[in-house]
Ligand binder design. Structure first.
Ligand code: SAM
Ligand code: DTB
Ligand code: SF4
Length: 316
């Protein structure tokens, strides 16, 4: 889809936009279901990259300590608990620039994936840059989705990250698609970008072939010590507008309200869910940042009469 068309949809009067997004949602997805995902940082901190939003970059004094890759049994224990709590997708993140075939740490990740994939949940990993041979090995081991965000527009990306480029990100996404793994790709809002930057990001996402299976929309968690620590939160109606537009232009994608729910009221989250969100991270921690706890989310889902989506649900 081109930018002009996206701008036209985005500029629709807000209630008309939400109505259209809701209609799109209802014609593609089962009403009342939301996918619950659990996130685990399997390798925290000490990252070589300089992403201005990230508490795990070794370049900023954020208080996040560099840790070693978790052991398979420890990851399995968390994954089992996630499944018991109703999660149908288990996402593992590593604070690396990327992975390379043949490295001991990559072999260890493959072992973790092989073990977790026996549990019947969708298995997503986010390990940074990779090529086709790494992607094929991950697929063989049981990865069902790879998260690699483009984060913002190409122009704004270079103001946020200098240690790798937007086209590096797109190359990784191409390799993952070639290995027939679903792509989970979205971005962050509230980093000082314009609404136009957000629409340019959406333009890029709609032109993926195939389009992303899921689109995480992260509201910046301003992490102490990072260059973006003092950013003020995005206006909630701008967020809802972006979510509704995403739902309309990517009707078959899971739209995941990812980081930042801890700073949104339950009314704001309800509006996001009505406007097209059908996936959330469940559990009190994201990678290093806070997320609403299980009890809070159980209450919210019950108040909104929403139930957990089964694993591997796709639009009808
Ligand atoms: N190192 C890998 C990478 O960069 O792709 C994987 C982990 S990285 C933490 C995954 C994604 O988390 C980032 O692309 C970004 O979209 C999101 N993220 C990281 N820190 C964030 C923050 N403070 N607020 C919101 N989203 C954040
Ligand atoms: C994504 O888009 N959001 C998740 C997941 N993919 C890996 C990560 C959010 C991280 C929030 C900041 C933190 O926990 O440090
Ligand atoms: Fe490293 Fe990923 Fe954080 Fe960037 S977003 S600093 S690549 S962990």
């Amino acid at each position: 889809m081109n930018l002009a068309e996206l701008q036209r949809i985005y500029a629709t009067p807000l209630f008309d936009l939400i109505e259209r997004a809701r209609a799109t949602f209802l014609s593609h997805w089962k009403k009342g279901e939301v996918q619950l995902c659990t996130l685990l940082s399997i390798k925290t901190g000490g990252c070589s990259e300089d992403c201005a939003y990230c508490a795990q970059s070794a370049r900023y004094r954020t208080g996040v300590r560099a840790e070693r890759l978790l052991k398979t049994d420890d990851v399995l224990a968390v994954a089992r608990r996630a499944r018991e709590n109703g999660s149908t997708r288990f996402c593992m993140g590593a604070a690396w620039k990327g992975v390379r075939d043949g490295n001991a740490r990559f072999e260890q990740v493959l072992e973790i994936v092989r073990a977790v994939s026996q549990l019947g949940m969708e298995v997503c990993v986010t390990l940074g840059q990779l090529g086709l041979s790494e992607a094929r090995k991950l697929k063989e081991a049981g990865v069902t989705a790879y998260n690699h965000n483009i984060d913002t527009s190409e122009e704004y990306y270079s103001k946020i990250v200098t240690t790798h480029s937007y086209s590096d990100r797109l190359d990784t996404i191409g390799a993952v698609q070639q290995a027939d793994i679903s792509i989970c790709c979205g971005g962050i809002v509230g980093m000082g970008e314009t609404e136009l930057d957000r629409l340019k990001m959406l333009e890029t996402l709609t032109n993926f072939d195939p389009p992303p299976e899921s689109v995480p929309i992260n509201c910046l968690m301003p992490m102490p010590g990072t260059p973006l620590e003092n950013q003020s939160p995005i206006d909630v109606f701008e967020l809802v507008r972006l979510i509704a537009t995403t739902r309309i232009v990517l009707p078959e994608a899971k739209v995941r309200l990812s980081a930042g729910r801890a700073r949104l009221s339950k009314e704001a989250q309800a509006l996001c869910l009505f406007a097209g969100v059908n996936s959330i991270f469940y559990g009190d921690k994201l990678l290093t940042a806070d997320n609403p706890g299980l009890d809070h989310d159980r209450e919210l889902l019950s108040a909104l009469d929403l139930a957990a989506q089964p694993p591997f649900a796709s639009s009808q």
